[in-house]
Design a protein. Structure first.
Length: 258
């Protein structure tokens, strides 16, 4: 029986993590702890087989400080940090090979199961860490509208793709720089900080993501912008709102699946 501790002040997003932990294919006992100080005082980490830390627990201490305190008690227990959005500053602040980052809305069952079964968990160095599984395509969805990111991600994950997200071009650039195994980028044009075209220009300039497909997903209908996309060697163009079947067909074609 594997013992799992979930350090969390449960919110609507944490329910997804709790459901996954309760339904793992590994026999386990789940304990939800809402107060880090109580967790520390009772030395709960000593008997844990995996500790999941939700970002909602930050009110008690910073995430790096929590990891540091856990390591004083349990040197080798796998630690999983669950966040709602990508947080590269947080990722870079923790240098521990057995700390893994996930998004609360992702399907993280494969990672949890791997950590509990003592198999090596291969995760990307981004805040959307996940198992890289042979035969599955990795897709990055970039859009400043959270609902769009969620819908596209949900659609693609149902088809078996491994999906990460970014809220603008600047965040997407960081993801691509840190994860060279992404197979496809689905990209909005109008975003803050760095728009879609600027993002494509940057990855072309840096020779990143070469010879891999990029699909523009946008409300834009301008012929000039379509021409600009062709000049930047963008693979496909899907106009919002879109038909699901049409969108999936474009994705599969871009990945050479049809």
């Amino acid at each position: 029986m594997k013992k799992i501790i979930y350090l969390s002040v449960p919110d609507v997003y944490a329910k997804n993590i709790i459901k996954q932990l309760e339904n793992l294919p590994v026999d386990n006992e789940l304990k939800i702890v809402e107060n880090f100080n109580a967790f520390l005082a009772n030395k709960m980490a000593r008997d844990a087989d995996m500790i999941v830390i939700d970002e909602t627990i930050r009110k008690d201490a910073s995430i790096p400080a929590i990891v540091k305190e856990i390591r004083k008690i349990a040197l080798s227990v796998p630690i999983v940090i669950a966040t709602l959005m990508s947080d590269f500053k947080l990722v870079n602040s923790i240098s521990d090979d057995n700390v893994h980052f996930i998004l609360k809305l992702d399907n993280n069952i494969e990672l949890f199961s791997s950590l509990l079964s003592d198999k090596t968990a291969f995760t990307t160095p981004t805040s959307t860490a996940r198992i890289t599984k042979k035969g599955k395509f990795k897709v990055l969805v970039v859009d400043d509208f959270e609902n769009t990111r969620y819908i596209v991600k949900f659609t693609l994950e149902k088809l078996g793709y491994l999906v990460s997200t970014a809220a603008d071009g600047l965040e997407a650039l960081q993801v691509v720089q840190q994860d060279p195994d992404i197979d496809l980028i689905i990209l909005d044009l109008n975003m803050p900080r760095m728009d879609g075209f600027k993002f494509v220009e940057e990855i072309r300039k840096k020779h990143l993501f070469e010879n891999k497909p990029i699909i523009i997903l946008t409300t834009e209908v301008s012929a000039d912008k379509r021409q600009r996309a062709k000049e930047l060697k963008v693979t496909g163009w899907v106009k919002k709102p879109y038909q699901i079947d049409e969108f999936i067909a474009v994705v599969k074609k871009a990945l050479g699946q049809s």
